[in-house]
Design a protein around this ligand. Structure first.
Ligand SMILES: Nc1ncnc2c1ncn2[C@@H]1O[C@H](COP(=O)(O)OP(=O)(O)O)[C@@H](O)[C@H]1O
Ligand SMILES: [Mg+2]
Length: 396
């Protein structure tokens, strides 16, 4: 049998593990990324420099390279492209309608409402007047966000009319469509659920506990694998995720469902029709459960049945470094931090003299530490100890 080819959209650091996994599975790997320095380009069998949002180019490449599967991992940018190409070529993948619902935060809310999946009340707003009216109807506080955002960019909690002004400006600054969503604010612990769906059947692999920077901008600052929430809460989270995936019509794809456990139970923040980023699917899930979801997603894209049964019960955690914004004057304790028992990866992207931006979205985080443990609590303790040993002094 001749070697099968897979087209992977995106070849950045988040997608590199998918390139390696596909090669390990004996596939010929074709990649596409607009950045000529993307690390996955060098490791692929065939590399194309092109925008992963450009479905026409992706389709042409998929045809020329005669691929048997098309996949994008850990980014929302290529979800519609994957759906377009797989639909056109008759390959396993998401329908274009499902891809649209999964990449438009208002259409997603409508689908959840129709499908009986728990989700906050939301109103689409195209002007500041509409936003003021929506907030008055929903009641304070509210969350304002772009319909097409990622990485918490332009997501703001507003507690009064004055707060809406800033929320509108932040949302508009990153929104391509100009349309924002105003929604009920849900208070409570946050988790994500990683899933794989094939033949319309959804397998939920793991629940991850999250730490965010909280109001007003909600940037993710840590993840612990697997969730330590009580079993009854986990049941309600899994039920919500399953309903949400179904409501969006995800039948052949991975899913990353973000849920808050509010006063009325599990409530879906959003669902990405793709694997989770932030090292969750590449590292935390395999470290804690033994499940290789990258391999699973590749097998689903090939039309095969993946193996998602857990083979271990350990723990893993990531914590992002959180220095005060400003110019870095001194970095101390890096060696001690790296050497904490259980630390498996340690990344710092700023140096002395460099700048720490205000923590406003995922891209403004400056580094992280990843730790393993026999239990989630042990892993989290190790990652937190490593983080506390690193002292980054900044000056405004
Ligand atoms: N309705 C809401 N109630 C409470 N918190 C919310 C709400 N919507 C979003 N958030 C918080 O903001 C974060 C980012 O919002 P999200 O819709 O996931 O946008 P993004 O696609 O940018 O990640 C969520 O993970 C959550 O912490
Ligand atoms: Mg999100």
């Amino acid at each position: 049998m001749s070697t099968r080819s897979i087209l992977l959209l995106g070849a950045g650091p988040l997608q590199l593990p998918a390139v390696r996994t596909a090669r390990r599975l004996g596939l010929r790997v074709v990649v596409m990324d607009f950045n000529p320095r993307a690390p996955g380009l060098r490791e692929a069998d065939s590399a194309h420099i092109a925008d992963i949002k450009d479905a026409a180019v992706a389709l042409q490449i998929a045809r020329e390279e005669r691929v048997s599967a098309v996949l994008s991992v850990c980014t929302d940018y290529a979800v519609r492209t994957v759906a377009r190409v797989t639909s056109e070529l008759g390959l396993p993948g998401l329908s274009e309608e499902a891809a649209e619902r999964a990449t438009d935060k208002y259409r997603m809310r409508e689908a959840f409402l129709r499908g009986g999946a728990p989700s906050p009340k939301a109103i689409r707003v195209a002007s500041q007047d509409e936003l003021a009216e929506a907030a008055a109807r929903l009641g304070w506080p509210v969350i304002v966000k772009p319909t097409d955002g990622v990485g918490s960019k332009g997501v703001t909690k507003a507690t009064d009319p004055a707060g809406l002004e800033l929320a509108w400006r932040r949302g508009q600054a990153v929104c391509r469509s100009g349309v924002l969503v105003c929604e009920e604010f849900v208070e409570g612990p946050e988790v994500s659920v990683e899933g794989l769906t094939w033949n319309g059947e959804t397998h939920l692999v793991a629940i991850t506990d999250k730490i965010t920077s909280g109001p007003p901008y909600f940037v993710e600052t840590g993840h612990t694998e697997v969730s330590q929430l009580p079993a009854a809460d986990q049941e309600s989270i899994l039920d919500a995720a399953r309903r949400g995936v179904k409501a969006l019509g995800i039948d052949f794809a991975a899913s990353h469902t973000e849920i808050k456990l509010g006063a009325h139970g599990a409530c879906i923040m959003e669902i990405g029709a793709r694997l989770g980023g932030d090292r969750i699917t590449s590292d935390l899930v395999p470290m804690a459960t033994g499940v290789d979801i990258f391999e699973g997603a590749i097998r689903v894209a090939l039309g095969e049945t993946p193996d998602v049964a857990p083979t271990r019960g350990a723990g893993a955690a990531i914590r992002y470094f959180l220095p005060e914004p400003g110019t870095v004057v001194k970095i101390e304790g890096a060696a001690e931090s790296r050497n904490v028992e259980g630390v498996v990866d340690w990344v710092l992207d700023v140096e002395e003299g460099g700048d720490v931006p205000p923590l406003e979205n995922s891209l403004t985080r400056v580094g992280h530490v990843l730790a393993a443990g026999a239990t989630p609590t042990e892993a989290a303790g190790r990652a937190e100890r490593a983080r506390s040993l690193l002292k980054i002094t900044t000056r405004r």
